[in-house]
Design a protein around this ligand. Structure first.
Ligand code: 5GP
Length: 174
């Protein structure tokens, strides 16, 4: 597999992230406790970091990690929690930050998991959405880009742990 064409440029990402941050800042302007940002490791780190730097509301960070068994470019649908919440989210406003939603199985699993801890509110922000592949519907509150059904890397997303540091999103080619 090799790095293919650029699908979403670094400029387009930065522009959209700023727009999303403005919308989130408006929506959470009146909450009394800091908004808890909950990035899903490892892929969401670039997006969550850039997004947080443009937010105009106080935030806390917590992180969760999952493995979706399987390697290469297909997710298997068997989701396992590798790292749980460390903060008490009960009664708090939580915003899950996802890099990409494909079948929706990972996000749906995590959403239900966090919901069981009784946050005051739980919403989902995602940078990249592959709507075509959806098996399980997920309630996306803030969406960056709809992309076609292609395996992508960069801006946090990897292939065998490579390419996470790229500033743009690229297609991976055989
Ligand atoms: P799901 O199918 O459960 O929505 O997505 C599972 C996980 O597969 C995502 O969180 C992400 O880690 C990975 N994934 C899905 N599509 C892509 C892709 O195009 N590129 C990369 N690097 N990972 C992906």
């Amino acid at each position: 597999m090799k790095l293919g064409r650029e699908l979403v440029s670094a400029d387009a990402i930065q522009r959209r992230v700023r727009e999303m941050a403005a919308e989130i800042s408006r929506d959470y302007a009146r909450v009394d406790q800091p908004l808890i940002l909950l990035p899903v490791l490892k892929g969401s780190v670039c997006f969550a970091t850039d997004l947080s730097r443009h937010l105009e509301v106080p935030v806390n960070f917590d992180y969760v990690a999952v493995s979706s068994y399987g390697s290469g470019t297909e997710s298997s649908g068997h989701v396992q929690l590798l790292k749980d919440l460390t903060m008490d989210v009960a009664g708090r406003d939580v915003l899950m930050v996802e890099d990409i939603i494909d079948t929706g199985l990972t996000t749906a699993f995590l959403f239900e998991h966090v919901q069981r801890h009784r946050p005051a509110s739980l919403k989902l922000s995602v940078l990249l959405n592959k709507e075509e592949r959806r098996i399980k519907p997920v309630p996306i509150a803030y969406k960056g880009f709809d992309i076609p059904n292609q395996f992508v890397v960069g801006y946090g997303l990897d292939y065998n742990e490579l390419y996470r540091n790229l500033t743009a999103v690229h297609v991976l080619e055989p």
